[in-house]
Write a protein that binds this ligand. Structure first.
Ligand code: MN
Length: 305
């Protein structure tokens, strides 16, 4: 067991690269905490007026979870998917052994855009398996009775929350849920004591486990809790992540999640060689080249929290 924790994970600003030089806020991986459950990556891009052009790039060993907050995003991938995504809809792409995709904002002009993108590392059974793509437009919701104020609402994006399960395909015991707390409301958010959890404040104000959380900060809660107190004065939008602590040590580099250096090098080589492993995203004449590898062997990042 990890035990109860109350540790603030602050985001860092990361340039995504590309011509437009878009910056994102990265909360995970954190230097002291590579995973929370099987969640291994959390970016927020926006709010900003942006013409987003993320050209085709590869993934292995993970699922990408795109959760738009404002604006529409067009997703295309090497399985032939071509969909527009908007608020309330989950875009879940499973990389398995290899996939590639692109992400564009709609239209040619900058548009208001804000979204979370998270990655879930795949366990051994699934990480060498086939790729997949799912879009879910009708996710289950849970009403959370308030001790004070009005009812809060949880949208179960991935996995299981409060006994309600998302239809999206998962490969480990996990939860991802959007929590909306109305103004003047205090709730007890139910948690599973055997899972670790963390809460990100997306918008508004919130006190979580007596901590006054800043916007874009995430509070890591550890495990061993059956609930956490959340309240808001002006109203809050939060995102809950958690799950069974991921057993394997992972090596993450660029868009790849593997178990050791050699797997990453192999994936990089095959992307650079335009191997069939990653397929082709139709409608593009450019793709993102892999960055150079570091001079040292890639090592798993340990957990120091
Ligand atoms: Mn991607």
């Amino acid at each position: 067991m990890i035990g109860e924790r109350r540790i603030v994970l602050e985001p860092r600003e990361v340039p995504l690269g590309g011509v437009r030089g878009m910056n994102v806020l990265r909360v995970l991986p954190h230097r002291n905490l590579p995973t929370i459950g099987a969640w291994c990556f959390l970016d927020r891009f926006g709010p900003a007026d942006t013409r987003m052009r993320v050209e085709p790039h590869p993934h292995i060993g993970l699922q990408t979870v795109t959760w738009p907050l404002v604006g529409e995003i067009r997703h295309r991938d090497s399985l032939g998917s071509d969909v527009d995504l908007r608020r309330g809809q989950l875009n879940l792409m499973t990389a398995g052994n290899g996939i590639s995709h692109s992400e564009y904002s709609i239209g040619d002009e900058p548009i208001p855009l804000d979204a979370l993108q998270l990655w879930v590392v795949l366990p051994d059974g699934a990480r060498r398996g086939p790729g997949g793509f799912e879009r879910h437009t009708d996710l289950p919701q849970v009403a959370l009775q308030a001790a004070e104020g009005t009812v809060a609402t949880a949208t179960v994006v991935l996995g299981e929350f409060a006994g309600v399960t998302s239809p999206a395909t998962v490969h480990t015991p996990i939860v991802g849920a959007e929590i909306v707390v109305p103004a003047g409301t205090g709730i007890r958010l139910p948690l599973r004591p055997e899972w670790e959890h963390a809460l990100l404040l997306v918008e508004g104000d919130a006190i979580v486990a007596t901590h006054d959380l800043a916007r874009n900060d995430m509070l890591y809660l550890g495990d061993s809790r059956d609930a956490v107190e959340v309240s808001s004065v002006q109203g809050a939008l939060l995102f809950l992540i958690g799950g069974e602590p991921f057993a394997d040590e992972i090596v993450m580099w660029w868009n790849f999640a593997g178990r050791d250096h050699d797997e990453i090098v192999e994936a990089r080589t095959e992307w650079e060689a335009a191997s069939d492993r990653f397929g082709v995203v139709e409608g593009h004449d450019v793709r993102i080249p892999a960055p150079p590898l570091p001079d040292v062997r890639l090592m798993p990042r340990g957990r120091r929290i």
